[in-house]
Design a protein. Structure first.
Length: 211
């Protein structure tokens, strides 16, 4: 009985710690989007989340790391410890036999993730010009994005349905170019395209370029 109770208590503590961490991320996102990165303090995040500033520092270390954590949650849509590529929509894309449909499925899914994460991405991208602590965070986002496009490019090549003679570098770079958050910013935010129209156009452009 003691052993069972001890496992139960540990599980409860982990759940509480996860709930506190999530509250910090939500508070940080709200304050970052309302006040900007530089104006948001750890103390303000802590107050909004109902925790101590020490708890925020213990969980994330720096405000820049907190911004990265906010991005990770909004890009996934939740704080579940499941990588995007293991989620049902991505597994469905991987299982789809037609390469053109694969591209359409991936782009539409990514467009929804961009819609959720755009404000945070811009905060990190633009904020690094006035706060050096955000530079490695933006570099990390770029690195992760390039890795993701490389993995997707390799998967698309393995279908044998892409244009003859195209190599992984070109496929990756085409994906990297068309799927940049800058494209979303220009077409959806600046020009007022709907997310679906944007995703349809990007998918057609990629299909035309690599198949």
């Amino acid at each position: 009985m003691t052993e069972v109770k001890r496992r139960y208590d540990a599980s409860g503590r982990r759940a509480q710690a996860r709930a506190r961490r999530h509250a910090m991320v939500v508070a940080a996102q709200e304050l970052f989007e309302r006040d900007g990165f530089r104006s948001t303090t750890i103390a303000a995040v802590a107050e909004r989340a109902g925790v101590s500033a020490e708890s925020v520092y213990k969980a994330f270390g720096t405000k820049a790391a907190l911004a990265k954590a906010v991005f990770d949650v909004v890009i996934a849509g939740d704080d579940e410890d499941v990588p995007v590529y293991l989620r049902p929509e991505q597994q469905a894309m991987l299982a789809e036999p037609d390469v053109r449909r694969k591209i359409e499925m991936f782009v539409h899914g990514l467009a929804q993730r961009q819609a959720r994460s755009a404000k945070v991405q811009f905060l990190i991208r633009d904020g690094r010009h006035v706060d050096d602590s955000l530079t490695p965070v933006w570099d990390k986002l770029a690195e992760e994005g390039l890795v993701g496009m490389t993995m997707l490019g390799r998967h698309l090549l393995e279908t044998g349905q892409l244009r003859a003679g195209i190599d992984l570098d070109e496929v990756r770079d085409v994906l990297w170019n068309y799927l940049a958050i800058d494209t979303y910013e220009r077409l959806v935010l600046a020009r007022g395209w709907s997310v679906d129209r944007y995703a349809d156009w990007v998918a057609r452009a990629i299909i035309a370029a690599i198949t």
